[in-house]
Each structure stands twice: as C-alpha cells, then as structure tokens.
Design a protein around this ligand. Structure first.
Ligand SMILES: Cc1cc2nc3c(=O)[nH]c(=O)nc-3n(C[C@H](O)[C@H](O)[C@H](O)COP(=O)(O)OP(=O)(O)OC[C@H]3O[C@@H](n4cnc5c(N)ncnc54)[C@H](O)[C@@H]3O)c2cc1C
Length: 382
C-alpha cells in the first residue's frame, strides 16, 4: 500500500532533518526515510564553524552548551595550524571557536527533533528509486511512498539524484573526491594535540587533517581522484609522516565527498535535492555540515511555502540557493584553484605567505562571517 504525505524526505541525516523539521513544525505531513538505524556511524571530521552554530540556534534552538550537555559537541578550539612536509607553515588564532561534533550523537539528536516536531521517521528503509515528476519513492522493503514533493537528502551517492535527466554525470564523477579517515584513541597519537591541523603538499588538489576530540583523534585525507592515483598509499605516507604506527589498511574507511560538483539547479519536477545529494559542499576545505543544514532548511521552508500557497516551491528554493549558498561555493572554488595551482608552481610556502597576508579575512571566510565572493561581509538570511 502506498503511504501518502505532503512531502517525502529521502535521507535522515543533516539535510533531511533540517528539511523535515522545517516542514513538520508548520504542521505538514512529512515522512523521513533512511536506510540506517540511528544512532549510526557517519565518517566525518565533525568540525562546526560560526555559521553552523548560528544556523543551529536559528533552526533548532541549539547552542554549543546545549549540544555539549548531550555530548554531541565534545571539543572546542579557537586555534589552528597548517603544516607541509617540511614542517609548520603557519598557525594562528581564529575570530570564533571551532566546535567538534560526534556525528553519531549529533545526527540522531537532530533527527529526533524532526520527529518531535511531527515528522514520521522510517529507519531501515532503503530507497531504490524515485520518480521526480510524480513524487513517488519505492524501497527495497516493497513500501511505496508518495508525496506532493520529494526532498532528496540521501547524500553523495544519492539515488534520488540518479533520476534527474539533466545532470552532467561526468562533472559529478570527476569532482567527487575520495576521502579516507581513521579514528584513533588519544594515546595512539604520538603527541598531545588540542587544535585542528591541516596538512598540504602531500597530494594534488587535496589536503590532510588531524582533528582532536575529547577522547580521540581523527586523521583523514581528501583530494580529487584524477589528480591522485593511489589514495590508500597516499594515506599510508601521511600516517608515516605523522609517526602513527601499526594501522592496517582494513581500518581505513572511505566515503565520497562532493568537492566542486555542486549543482546550480538541484531540482526537477516536484523534487529538490539538498546537502551532499546536490553536491552542496564548500570546495576548498570540504565543509558540508553547514551547507547540508542550510540547504535542507531552505528546501523544507520552500516546500512548506509551496504547500501553503499552492505554488511551485522550486523558484523560491533556487532563489535562496543563488542568493546565499551558490556564491559561497563558487568563490571558494575560485580560491582553491588559485591556492592549489600556486602551491604546485611555487611550493607550500606560497600558502604561508597567503595565509599570513590574508589571515583575518580568510579566517572570517572560513567561519562565514565574510563572503568567499568578493570578500564582502556576509549577511545570512537567518
Ligand atoms: C571523511 C569526511 C570528513 C568530513 N569532515 C567534515 C567536517 O569536519 N566538517 C564539515 O562541515 N563537513 C565534513 N564532511 C562533509 C559532511 O560530512 C557532509 O557534507 C554532510 O554529512 C552532508 O550531510 P547530508 O545530510 O547531505 O548527507 P549525509 O550525512 O551523507 O546523509 C545521507 C543520509 O542518507 C541516507 N541514505 C543514503 N542512501 C540512502 C538510500 N538509498 N535509502 C535511504 N537512505 C539513504 C544515509 O543513511 C544517510 O543517513 C566530511 C565528509 C567526509 C566524507
């Protein structure tokens, strides 16, 4: 039997929870479908910037303190360091702290917020196909869901996106970056570390990171595949450089990260894509948490407006994306090519020069206080 809703949300992670919460709190009938059972593991560094904190407060009423109370945030730092093969390039103080979330707890908490607002949650519900024109979603269980609108929030390998005819699949594939991450106990890392560290020069068009948490250290790399042939051996080299011993390749975990393949019109028929499903990740540092929450909220609010006024939500969604999100992704994309090419031509020290010369504006861009587009002060619409 087909279950009928105002909106079907495919994926119950950040974009899905933000969309579901936005719709359900306005009284619309929403189903959120996810193949996983929460809490579930999600590969991620978990770094939150200022704009994510601002959005979490605006949308969910959450603060760093309320998230720390439930252990969703478990580390905070207002410093950073950037290294290359030859040592420390630069380090500094940020205008606002970075917060680090445990995605297992964070994602479940936001999903339950959507549920408490009235959304129906279907876990262990794997979507196999969706009809973007007629709002029908089918699942491996044999269940079928129909809605006046679908929001595809099912991540980088989105099944919903596959049903879109107009996607440039070659560009999508080319700029889908592999990542590898491991989570270490603090005592497995060779030295004490309290602040996030980035590592450049180990690969082309990519970077490595070491993010401290309260009880663990997250070490990872991401970069464009067509520029970096053997990802696993690059990661081993990185671990060796960090002096991290005895890690088996079987402990390495990978997940694709949209890295410059954002869709400018992530919509088709009655379907809107949000978060990684639409490639909406900042292509310099790979920040996706904020963009998933923000695009999920925009998608949910646009559909709510369309349902309330019996109008097409797609123009409103597209307008908000193009006013707020797309200029940031484009600006970060331009900056990354400038930096990656400069590092390739002139070596990692170029980055030290750049970061030292543009320290304060760059830090404000990372946090979203200043726009990647033309360096203006950023005015978010929330
Ligand atoms: C290694 C790594 C490190 C990262 N570090 C950071 C960081 O430090 N800071 C940051 O801001 N961003 C980071 N990101 C990016 C960030 O994790 C993503 O951008 C963000 O999780 C996107 O959220 P989302 O809701 O769009 O998709 P996801 O979080 O990927 O969620 C998609 C959901 O859809 C479900 N799903 C998928 N397919 C189906 C299906 N067929 N049927 C039903 N359900 C389905 C999944 O179970 C999942 O719950 C990192 C990413 C990676 C890979």
């Amino acid at each position: 039997m087909t279950k009928k809703y105002d909106a079907i949300i495919c994926g119950g992670s950040l974009a899905g929870s933000a969309a579901g919460f936005s719709l359900a709190r306005q009284g619309f009938r929403v189903a959120i479908l996810d193949r996983a059972e929460f809490p579930r593991k999600k590969l991620c560094g978990g770094l939150l910037t200022w704009k994510s904190v601002k959005l979490l407060k605006h949308l969910f009423g959450e603060t760093p303190d309320s998230l720390a109370d439930i252990d969703a945030i478990n580390h905070t730092s207002d410093r950073y360091a950037i290294h290359s093969f030859s040592g420390l390039l630069t380090k500094g103080l940020m205008p606002y702290s970075f917060h680090f979330v445990d995605r297992k707890i964070f994602d479940q908490h936001l999903l339950y917020k959507a549920q408490n607002a009235g959304a129906d949650i279907f876990q262990n519900m794997q979507i196999t196909s969706s009809d973007p024109m007629h709002g029908v979603v089918t699942c491996t269980s044999g269940d079928t869901f129909s809605g006046r609108f679908i929001i595809g929030a099912d991540g980088a390998n989105s099944v919903v996106r596959r049903s879109f005819p107009h996607i440039d699949r070659e560009r999508m594939r080319k700029f889908m970056a592999p990542t590898i991450e491991i989570h270490l106990d603090k005592n497995q890392f060779p030295r004490p570390i309290d602040d996030p560290e980035l590592y450049i020069g180990f690969m082309e068009a990519g970077y490595g990171w070491v993010f401290p948490n309260r009880d663990k250290i997250i070490v990872g790399i991401c970069g464009l595949k067509h520029k970096n042939a053997n990802f696993s051996s690059l990661f081993k080299n990185f671990l060796n450089f960090l002096d991290i011993k005895s890690q088996n390749s079987s402990d390495f975990q990978g997940h694709p990260l949209p890295y410059g393949n954002y869709l400018e019109t992530p919509t088709h028929g009655v379907t809107l894509l949000a978060g990684d499903a639409g490639g909406l990740v900042e292509p310099l540092f790979g920040e996706g948490i904020f963009f998933a929450l923000c695009s999920g909220m925009y998608a949910g609010e646009s559909v709510a407006h369309g349902l309330a006024t019996n109008t097409d939500p797609i123009p409103l969604y597209t307008q908000r994306l193009h006013q707020q999100i797309i200029p940031e992704l484009k600006g970060a994309d331009r900056l990354r090519w400038l930096l990656f090419r400069s590092v390739k031509l002139f070596g990692p020290r170029t980055l030290r020069w750049f970061v030292n010369a543009a320290n304060s504006p760059l830090a404000e861009m990372v946090h979203g206080m200043r726009s990647y587009s033309l360096l203006r002060k950023k005015h978010w619409d929330f």
